[in-house]
Design a protein around this ligand. Structure first.
Ligand code: ARG
Length: 280
């Protein structure tokens, strides 16, 4: 008798694909304003702990064999550490970011400047507000795109034309999950993990259609920012407090790696927010 193929791949069948990431050291990181419900300027941030936590994330990528480039942080731009928001890069093409909040607007040109100087000739200056990979998540055959709090849905059409890829708009409805990458993580080209309640009923239906076998996160794991994760196809780096999600990922044959980014979380960011993937 031929043994049945297991439906869930084991770790042995999942493959890590080497990645190239861009990160911004948290030299000027602080919480001096509040543009999302996680940010409380009254609550102290331990800057040296933030630096150690960020370095541990960078080192984890390097240990896994990934390449990490870095952009020089600019004084007065405390959220610049959240490199994911700096652009969206697919097939070497760079869609620049244009931020919703005045406090972050200067980050857009700063990131575009890095791309100009680092060998990315195809850079598109954005016409509509989009906060980079905060709201655009490349998912293999299409790009998932969030709107509702930050990115303008017109930016979805702009991205679709620029990249020549289908862009699927998803409406975010919970202010705690103001960017798509706080409510959904792309694990590989076939699978995502997400927290359904962060999305409008119509967008939940879209996600069920596209991903009938998705990993569904609990409210607790979502609140621990567990979905702000980075996957290389095998290893999934995620906030260590999201233990339930880590267990679900392990059951599916991924290797979860818990990271402590408590200080960055005070600004409403974690693993994914600190990481911009540079797709060649
Ligand atoms: N304080 C930043 C903001 O509210 C956090 C950005 C987090 N980045 C992300 N990719 N979700 O804009």
């Amino acid at each position: 008798m031929i043994p049945e193929t297991p439906l869930v791949p084991s770790a042995a069948q999942r493959v890590a694909i080497p990645r190239r990431y861009l990160m911004c050291p948290p030299d000027h990181f602080a919480v001096t304003y509040s543009i999302n419900p996680w940010m409380d300027p009254e609550e102290p941030v331990d800057a040296s702990l933030a630096a150690r936590q960020w370095e541990a994330l960078r080192d984890a990528y390097l240990d896994l064999g990934h390449q990490v480039d870095s952009i020089k942080p600019i004084e007065g731009l405390p959220d610049m550490v959240f490199a994911a928001n700096g652009a969206t890069v697919v097939g070497g093409k760079v869609l620049g970011a244009a931020f919703r909040n005045d406090e972050r607007k200067a980050e857009g040109p700063a990131y575009m400047e890095w791309f100009r100087k680092n060998g990315f000739p195809q850079i598109h200056d954005p016409q509509f507000i989009n906060e980079g990979e905060g709201d655009f998540l490349y998912a293999g055959d299409w790009i998932l795109a969030g709107h509702g709090f930050r990115s303008d849905p017109n930016a979805h059409l702009e991205a679709q034309e620029f990249f020549g890829m289908p862009v699927i708009g998803l409406r975010l409805v919970d202010p705690r999950y103001y960017h798509l990458d706080t409510a959904l993580a792309v694990l590989d080209k076939d699978t995502v993990a997400y927290f359904p309640e962060a999305f409008s009923p119509g967008s939940q239906a879209v996600l069920r259609t596209l991903y009938p076998d998705a990993v569904i996160a609990t409210a607790e794991d979502a609140a621990a920012f567990g979905l702000n994760a980075v996957s290389d196809g095998l290893h999934v780096l995620l906030p260590q407090a999201a233990t339930g999600l880590a267990a679900q990922l392990a059951e599916r044959g991924y290797e979860p790696i818990g990271m402590d980014l408590s200080e960055l979380l005070k600004a409403g960011g974690s693993v994914k927010c600190c990481t911009l993937e540079l797709r060649g």
